[in-house]
Design a protein around this ligand. Structure first.
Ligand code: G3P
Length: 220
C-alpha cells in the first residue's frame, strides 16, 4: 500500500520524505491556500522532493478550462497528476487527458458508482473522501471497500486512494478495505509513528541505561 502526504507544506513533505515512508503528495486548493505563494513554484518544489505522483488540482468548471490548466500543470514536472473533481465535465476532461497520456486523480468521490465512472473515463487515481462521509453519518470506509472490490474484480488499472483521512484508524481501515493508497495530513502520519507505550518504553530504556552506566562508573 502506498502512503501519500496530503499537504502543500514543503517542510512537512521534507520531513516525511526523510522518514522514507512517503510515495507521493496530494494538494488541493484549500491546502495550497494555507501556504500561499505561486502554486506553480510550490508544485515544482514538491515534485523535486518526491519522485512519486504529485496531484495538482484544476479549478475551471468547463472542459476546455480544465484541459488548459491540466496541460499547464503536466508541463511543470514529469510526476504531476492532474486532479479533477467528479462532474460531467470532469469525466470528459479525464477521458481527454487519458487520450493525451496525462495522468489524473478524480477527486470529491462519495460513492462507488462515481468511482466506477472515473475509472471508466481513465483516471489513474480515484479519491473517495472518507472523513467527509463519516461527517454526515455515512460510512466512508464502505465506499473504499466497494470501489476496491470493483477495481480488482473487473481488472481496472485505476487505484483507489483513500482521501479526507482524519485519524490513524482511518489508515488501518483503508488498508484492510483494499485501498491502494491513502493520503494523510502530516498530523495523522506523525500520530501513526507514536504509541504511548513506545514513547514511555524509550524513556525507561534510557533511564535504565544511565543508571547501569553510573553504577559501573561508581565501581570503578
Ligand atoms: O484529500 C482530500 C482532503 O484534503 C480533504 O480532507 O479533511 O478537508 O475532508 P478534509
Amino acid at each position: 500500500m502506498k502512503l501519500f502526504l496530503d499537504t502543500a507544506d514543503i517542510d512537512e513533505i521534507r520531513t516525511a520524505v526523510r522518514w522514507g515512508v512517503i510515495d507521493g503528495v496530494t494538494t488541493n486548493p484549500s491546502l495550497y491556500a494555507r501556504v500561499g505563494g505561486s502554486y506553480d513554484d510550490v508544485l515544482r518544489e514538491i515534485c523535486k522532493l518526491t519522485p512519486g505522483p504529485v496531484s495538482a488540482e484544476v479549478i475551471a468548471d468547463d472542459v476546455e478550462g480544465m484541459l488548459a490548466e491540466g496541460r499547464h500543470f503536466a508541463k511543470l514536472a514529469p510526476n504531476i497528476v492532474v486532479k479533477v473533481a467528479m462532474s460531467e465535465n470532469g469525466l470528459e476532461a479525464i477521458s481527454r487527458f487519458a487520450e493525451e497520456g496525462i495522468k489524473t486523480n478524480c477527486t470529491l468521490i462519495f460513492s462507488a458508482n462515481q468511482g466506477l465512472l472515473a475509472a471508466k473515463a481513465g483516471a489513474s487515481l480515484l479519491s473517495p473522501f472518507v472523513g467527509r462521509l463519516d461527517d454526515i453519518n455515512e460510512e466512508g470506509m464502505t465506499v473504499i471497500r466497494e470501489l476496491a472490490d470493483i477495481i480488482n474484480l473487473h481488472d481496472f488499472d485505476s487505484e483507489v486512494l483513500a482521501a479526507s483521512v482524519r485519524h490513524p484508524r482511518h489508515v488501518t481501515d483503508a488498508a484492510l478495505a483494499g485501498a491502494h493508497v491513502a493520503t494523510l495530513p502530516f498530523k495523522v502520519l506523525r500520530q501513526m509513528v507514536h504509541h504511548p507505550l513506545t514513547d514511555s518504553g524509550i524513556v525507561q530504556f534510557k533511564a535504565d541505561w544511565a543508571k547501569a552506566r553510573a553504577e559501573v562508573a561508581a565501581k570503578g
